[in-house]
Design a binder for this molecule. Sequence first.
Ligand SMILES: [Ca+2]
Ligand SMILES: [Ca+2]
Ligand SMILES: [Ca+2]
Length: 224
Amino acid sequence: MGSVLGKSQSQRSSGSESKLDAKMVEAMQRRALQGTSVKSFESIILKFRKIDESFRKCKSIFEQFDEDSNGAIDQEELKHCFQKLEISFNEEEIHDLFSACDIDENMGMKFNEFIVLMCLVYLLEEPTSAQAKSRMGLADLETSFKTLVDSFVFLDKNKDGYVSKTEMVHAINETTAGERSSGRIAMTRFEEMDWDKNGMVTFKEFLFAFTRWVGIDEVDEDDT
Ligand SMILES: [Ca+2]
Ligand SMILES: [Ca+2]
Ligand SMILES: [Ca+2]
């Protein structure tokens, strides 16, 4: 059933982007088999600050790759970035990733979009060489990425690679049972995440919501 719905939707968006979406869902399903270190919704919230800190530290990495210092990373700059990190994506894959994360379609990766992109890369292509990682100071960041993947796996109860409204309510109720407001909180959080309002939250949507929750999307360029 789901695939029939998915098809009509993918015809509207670009075909390559939905291919990437499918790849991400698959990667997430594979990761779900490894289980999750996250035990409650509360514990996700408690990790916000630490993740936020590691993201902010990543600002200097972002600036390093923003070769012309215009506050955004374009596709050429992203290619160089991947080369330095020894991430072996081909031309098409880089293009797909880029358009998937460039949500305001200004043809440049802003900081929060870049963070989301790097996390998707982490999910899709885990084995980056340890050497390249430590050289770029990415080790810290990967710990945060792992937490985010684990959080998503925790929320995705049936492990199909999407978080539904029911699953969100379930996840929140597990630990805050008895509090009347918990259902409402779950709904609000869910609506904040379900960007395209299709009733399902993908990992990408989850990540964008996350950057808003911790305020990364408000990190301004110093000189604009
Ligand atoms: Ca640039
Ligand atoms: Ca699910
Ligand atoms: Ca959605």
